[in-house]
Write a protein that binds this ligand. Structure first.
Ligand SMILES: NC(=O)c1ccc[n+]([C@@H]2O[C@H](COP(=O)([O-])OP(=O)(O)OC[C@H]3O[C@@H](n4cnc5c(N)ncnc54)[C@H](OP(=O)(O)O)[C@@H]3O)[C@@H](O)[C@H]2O)c1
Length: 269
């Protein structure tokens, strides 16, 4: 019998590439989406459903889980992929922006996991894959809110891996480097404050410049598939992110931060 994966944020970028890769591999795919009109281009695919799931609406998380079970009878792998970045100076972040960022990237993810754990425990097996970021263990300028959510996801995932292992459930963390998706344009919300305008401008120019050189999401999809199937007990996978972790580990902290400041903000620290 085919295995089933439930993916959040399957309408674009890494989530869409992952849904298509699992389909190619013969899996049943529950490609959940916040906006259902984005499913049109896959309409002809078999073994795929498109439940509505908006991470800021807990009732849609429960209904998407139910719909997946009713249709496919099981969930073998959960991929918590959906997310976006709130960028800009912390001084300009509104409570609403911060709440929405945490509701999407952290509380919605927690709720999805809590909905799926009982299913996986009943089955006696399963894998939970949380898409964090290199920014779940490193931090870059003017991105403090986003990093706070991803560091939270990273810590939660590592801790959770211990408590779920005795039930046959694996937890995996995916920490991609920069990937060419909607993330840096449509996916990003900016907080503003006039006193940080020059820094923000420099960072925006930088992200525009690097966008063409970023890796394609299909590579991340393959890593997610490997994490779902390799049975290795490995916790972290860093597609296109290893070089950042390597440099961060070998460079003195002051030099690392000075380079990051120079490259991203045009200032040395
Ligand atoms: N791209 C990168 O460089 C990069 C690097 C490291 C980590 N990541 C992580 O990778 C994940 C996927 O991002 P991506 O790069 O593929 O960006 P993307 O193309 O912008 O995709 C983000 C997905 O999340 C969905 N989403 C946003 N808010 C949602 C909500 N409230 N409820 C349900 N779905 C929601 C979007 O749906 P809509 O289509 O409805 O907006 C979209 O499907 C994110 O968690 C991101 O933090 C990305």
């Amino acid at each position: 019998m085919s295995k089933t994966v439930l993916i959040t944020g399957a309408s674009s970028g890494i989530g869409e590439a992952t849904a298509k890769y699992f389909l190619q591999k013969g899996w049943n795919v529950s490609a959940t989406m916040r906006s259902l009109n984005k499913a049109d281009n896959w309409a002809e695919e078999k073994n795929v459903i498109y439940p509505h799931l908006d991470l800021t609406k807990p009732e849609t998380i429960a209904s998407a889980t139910r719909e997946t079970l009713e249709h496919f009878g099981q969930i073998d792998v959960l991929v918590n992929n959906a997310g976006y970045a709130l960028m800009g100076p912390l001084e300009g972040v509104t409570p609403e922006q911060l709440e929405h960022q945490f509701q999407t990237n952290f509380f919605g993810l927690v709720s999805t996991i809590q909905n799926v754990i009982p299913v996986l425990r009943r089955q006696g097996k399963g894998t939970i894959i949380n898409v964090s970021s290199i920014g779940g263990r490193l931090a870059f300028p003017l991105t403090s809110s986003y990093h706070a959510t991803k560091w939270a996801v990273d810590g939660l995932s590592e801790s959770l891996s211990y408590e779920l292992r005795p039930f046959g459930i694996q937890v995996k963390i995916i920490e991609p480097g920069g990937i060419k998706t909607n993330f840096f344009n449509r996916g990003t919300t900016w907080a503003t404050h006039p006193d940080y305008a020059q820094m923000v401008n420099h960072l925006q120019q930088f992200t525009k410049k690097i966008n063409d050189y970023l890796a394609e999401p299909e590579g991340v999809a393959k890593t997610i598939y490997r994490a779902a199937t390799d049975q290795s007990g490995r916790l972290r996978y860093s597609p296109y992110g290893e070089a950042y972790f390597f440099l961060h580990a070998i460079l003195p902290d002051k030099l690392w931060r000075s380079l990051v400041g120079k490259i991203m903000l045009g200032k040395s620290y």
